[in-house]
Design a protein around this ligand. Sequence first.
Ligand SMILES: [Zn+2]
Length: 174
Amino acid sequence: MKCKKCGYDSKNNRKKFDVFLCEICFSFSPDEKPVFDKYVNEKIDTAVLETFRLYSKNLREKQKQGMIQKAVKGNLMSRAPLGYKILGGKLIPAENSKEIEEIFEEFLNEEKSLRNLAEKHRLSVNGLKKVLKNFTYIGKIKFNNQIYGGEHQPLISTTLFNHVQNKLEKKGIK
Ligand SMILES: [Zn+2]
């Protein structure tokens, strides 16, 4: 049965309050019914959790739980990051994927304020910061404070990403 929260289909999915959940969604599910219902209705895409399923395969149960909890609490991505879309359970470049490189280039090369740059790309300042620090764009995945190689296509070069990180740091932008 498919997980009602993320759609992941596995025979290991378990039932709680008459609802099927995958291992990951199950491990986070609240125990009080009203909170539980709300939790289940906040859908999450199965692709988001795919990385954790892959990396956690070889871990002991306890490590696994810890890692998954941190990752999901860290709110990795509840949907595809700007510039990507999720198709067939995979992260692939979206129609607007070129915009990501533009944003990085503009931040690096133009002396625009974060606010101006954010407005230009219809982002909030916080959203813009998230974009500029997102390891997804160089094909990696960050969780549990570690960087892992992802399986998706990068949208920018590592060099550009690193230059932007340096500039963020120099400007004290957190
Ligand atoms: Zn699930």
